[in-house]
Design a protein around this ligand. Sequence first.
Ligand SMILES: N[C@@H](CCC(=O)N[C@@H](CS)C(=O)NCC(=O)O)C(=O)O
Length: 218
Amino acid sequence: MFKLVIGNKAYSSWSLRPWLLMRQAGIPFEEILIPLYESGSTDAILQYAPTGKVPCLVDGSLTVWESLAICEFLAEEFPEKQLWPADRAVRAEVRSLSAEMHAGFTAIRHHCPMNVRRHVPGRSHPSEVGRDLARFSAIVESMRARFAASGPFLAGQFSVADAMFAPVATRCRTYGLRLPSRSQAWVDHILGLPAMQEWYAAAAEEPWVLPGNEPAEG
Ligand SMILES: N[C@@H](CCC(=O)N[C@@H](CS)C(=O)NCC(=O)O)C(=O)O
């Protein structure tokens, strides 16, 4: 069985991506959770991933690291699940969006760190966060306008892009970021998935708290 090595569910946005992909696609795996940013965390991760970072997927003697590479690998392993859309043009677009997420959105990632236990709406954020949010909304509005008829996900049916953007959905909730209606509907849909509810419930039970990152604002 696959082993998926992840970090704390409260904080580890990169871990959430392949975890959600596997849960949503019904791909069985054993979860190995290594609490991050403790003495010994990096050494523990290095037993699996050469980067010392999570996520990491282990399949027997084979190791795959980097969230997007894991998603690519799984899409190839399970072609019948169509984790990339079947249509060539849509697939190219969804691949581009997934790569854009993997390489970009640095302001929102830096200034609005994922913490699914937190709710702190109404804060002011640097203007570059607004630019990332505008790009995110433009993506979702465009995708949902074109693919509404084929399902509630970005390209209609669930794809790697939904998994890659899922942590942005959690940040929109945590920080109360305002979105246009189609984007808000996508965020609500992602956060309502049973797999996301499972992730949130597990995060709520985690004992680990990063200093300065956790007052229980609600
Ligand atoms: N580009 C990597 C990013 C991985 C990453 O930065 N993971 C964080 C947790 S979300 C990590 O392992 N941090 C531990 C550390 O940097 O010591 C990916 O896509 O998987």
